[in-house]
Design a protein around this ligand. Sequence first.
Ligand code: AHR
Length: 637
Amino acid sequence: KLTLDLSKPGVTVSPMLYGLMTEEINHSYDGGLYAELIQNRIFKDDPKGPAKWSVVQSGGGKGSIALDEKQAINTALTTSLKLTVDGSVGRTGIANEGYWGIPVKPQTTYKASFWAKATDEAAGPLTVTVESNDGATTYATANVALTRGSWKKYEATLTTAAGVKPTTQARFVITTNRAGTYWFNLVSLFPPTYNNRPNGNRADIMQIMADMKPAFLRFPGGNFLEGDLFATRFPWKTTLGPLEDRPGHPGCWSYRASDGMGLLEFLEWCEDLHMEPLLAVYAGYTLKTDYMPAGPFLKPFVDEALEEIEYVTGDVNTKWGAQRAKDGHPAPFKLRYVEIGNEDGFDKSHSYDGRFTQFYDAIKAKYPNLQLISTVGGKDGLGSRTPIKSRVPFAFDEHYYRNAWQMEEDANHYDNYDRNSPKIFVGEWATREGAPTPNMNAALGDAAWMSGMERNSDHVIMSCYAPLFVNINPGAMQWKSDLVGYDALNSYGSPSYYAQKMFSTNVGDKVVAITGENIPTQTRPATKRDSTAGIIPKPIPAMFYVATRDTKTNTLYIKVVNASARAQVVTLDFKGITGIERNGTITVLKGDGPEDTNTIDQPTKIAPVTKPLVAVNKTYSCAFDAYSVNVVQVKLK
Ligand code: AHR
């Protein structure tokens, strides 16, 4: 039985509770959200050779390709692709394999562009195509007239026919039938993007996020903010402006970042999805544990953070606000939250207290209204063991990566947190069961954990799951269990995605007090490992619940997680109300057991289903399926 006491006002639910966290991992942007289709477009991914590129030779065409460091266009585009064509028969050219294929869809217009130059005899028409990997089928084609002389940017549009069958088994090709030497750089191909933004994002993945109605976006990391070395921290200044000015940089997750998704693109992503930015600034600590202690040598990093904040918020009369205007966005962005670093609790030198203080004082002096978040200093969570003492942050960022049992065992984690301490931002959390995307058991763990965060959302004011994205192709993933998966053509939400969407889109503004009686329990299966492995743990609850009320519409959202193997019939007892509408709904997320999951081929095998509830009254019996996440929605009279 669950008794909901509506006589008391209840604590306020944070309107910022559910957000998104993102960084370049698992090909989140390059080969993911960022819609660019050409992999290694400026030829810097591998200094040993033109990775992802190959030579095309057919009908007697003969040629070779190589990297060339002697034909720089500017300081960003220093490596070009040199194509040597030996004869004037047949077809010779260059092909890019894309990010695990080039997506072909019917009636789709692609925008191609590239920088090129050639020896005089080679000037003339080039053919640009999207074609099958064996070259036998042309899906879309265009001609470009290559002129004599120095480097020049060329553009073309290519459109597929209506009857084309969708495939990823395609490549992007530029060919010629004239002998000579050709050089290429910044070769780019974009499909239509969300809101038709130039240099924009994939529409399908943006829609998946839009459906969650996220309140904020934490960017650009995560470890990607820190980088392995000082020199490879997120280089926000070289992520600005035209693509030809962006050299990219070595990411920390084993591949180079193009930085096509730059600081302005992150902000426009926020704008498109009506999210507030939560900007993480580099704080002088690297993943390989080097650090800059507080003092004069840290100052350049502090200044860099101040400039970055000015880029986001400054008006056009400021230096960096003017730069933003030049980059195409004169209006300043709203910014309330800045996080200083990432997981600085792993800094064994304990330098964070000093570093945080130096950033805090400089930022507060210029931007007193900004809320500054510390990456350590909370009671719990990964990397929270080094307390900060000198300044009081607005919030502590705590991280939790666990299995389902651990999440369920600790679902009431925040019930007794000290309300007089800084607020809590759960900046990374996930139940890590299933790969590449989590399974239904993970969704149950997630939902149990979210019930605890929501119940305590007067204090846990923000949260975001991590990682958000994974390209599911072999070799693309660095971190198992990611919320949303995709290949070049399709995308899908995991059961954890749907659990989260159910929570974030069904929430009121006040928490309702609930007490449970006779809640079923569960015992950890012998195969499940956790921190107490080897010890037979005490049984824990198998049901988790939280309720909120929308005081404007008088709607109640009751979330019930049934992690047990049996359907449970629960009496919902509503106290302190005058009456309740007879008709409500129940939205149910369940699969064929806890190991069941969604995949790229079965993207909605597990998805929420909404059914009517009839004859609801003040004491109402409701059944919750085995291994299910549920939202009961009813209206008070
Ligand atoms: O989410 C993956 C990584 O986990 C993040 O980059 C880092 O902050 C954490 O350790």
